[in-house]
Design a protein around this ligand. Sequence first.
Ligand code: HEM
Length: 405
Amino acid sequence: MIETDFDIVSPAFHADPARTLERIRATGGPLVRMKLPILGKMLLCVSHEACGAMLKDKETFVRDPANAGSLTQERIIRILPRSLGLLALNMLGKDDPEHRHLRGLVDQAFQRRGIQAMRPMITAVADQLLDGFENRREVDLMEGFCRDLPLSVICAMLGLPDKDHERFKRWLGGLSDTANIGAVVRAIPGVLSVVRYLRKVARPDGGAKPDGLIFALQDAEINGRKLSEDEIVSMVFLLFGAGQETTTHLIAGGFLEILRHDDQRHRLQADPAMMPLCVEECLRQVSPVQLTKPRWATKDIVFAGHQFRRGDSVAGFLTAANRDPAQYDDPHRFDITRHPNPHLSFGTGVHFCLGFQLARAEAAIAFERLLARFPDIRLAVDPSSLVWRKRVGIRTLAQLPVKLS
Ligand code: HEM
């Protein structure tokens, strides 16, 4: 096992992961140990094979540390204020059978509103946002578009009133910089405001629109059990957190790749049928979620050449897995014709992203509408002067300045 001090949180890494990933790869093994802010020393799977195998083995690697013999997390949750503790009730922190149960309930509600049926709404929101750019020569796409599109779509999907979008942006804004404990603490008041608001709308007469997911979650039932109010709040918070920022950074980071590679961009503009492959390549190349949540070993086991003891933790380093030369030829090259492209950007196994179809649709529509409305759009600054945030686990551009004509 190799101990390393690579900085995978720094803006320099986010701007160009290739060099650091090559150095990590040169350490030789499928696992490396790194020090991360807040999380401390973490063991990370850096090969595609180890990452996939670990995430798929739900018997050996679990999400809830209590199932691997550690009660520390449970104790911490018990001393947190209830409004914060309940956020840990979500399915991404659970193992079967609870995970299956919670996911089954939300799957039911998700499937009732097919993603195909949402495409006209997503297109209308994208066009409305782009209307705001008409007659402007230069804009920051991050502000008026990349953040607002996923936020509006998730609010519409949940059935939250449009007038509340601005409040959400304000409340959740503090979460965009979480590389140190001080920033996390500063974000707590905003999170508590969201929880209070969601608790109100999660009640049967709380104002959620009848065609939205919150309404459906109040009704959803498996084996005669419905979700409690706390579980609905926790689930909606997860959907919000998991569905908004991730998609924002896929759209921003993906569009940056398209703008930086003229040959690929012209190919896409000449043949719009390339869009689905292009979105997959953006997912691989950007890897908006860089790290999975940690898993805990349920038993002593040798995995990927490393001796795990029961209770040891490990996470998937998706950025590294997605650029593994054992899986991909020329892995740092952005190539929208790449096929097959079995990237792990949505994770894999039982916690495979619930919103993958929605995220793909949003990115495809965003890219298509941007190029259709502003065919000459280009970066307004040199890529080397773009600012990346110091952030654990999410690859975050601060601004995306573009010239529209
Ligand atoms: C580009 C956009 C997105 C990316 C890159 C992404 C990535 C991921 C990843 C890597 C995981 C697994 C984490 C782990 O195993 O530790 C995950 C889980 C999840 N995602 Fe996404 N996601 C995206 C968009 C969305 C959207 C739009 C939604 C919902 C509206 C969503 C909802 C979820 C949920 C609920 C889970 C937990 C699933 C479970 O525990 O069974 N995601 N996502």
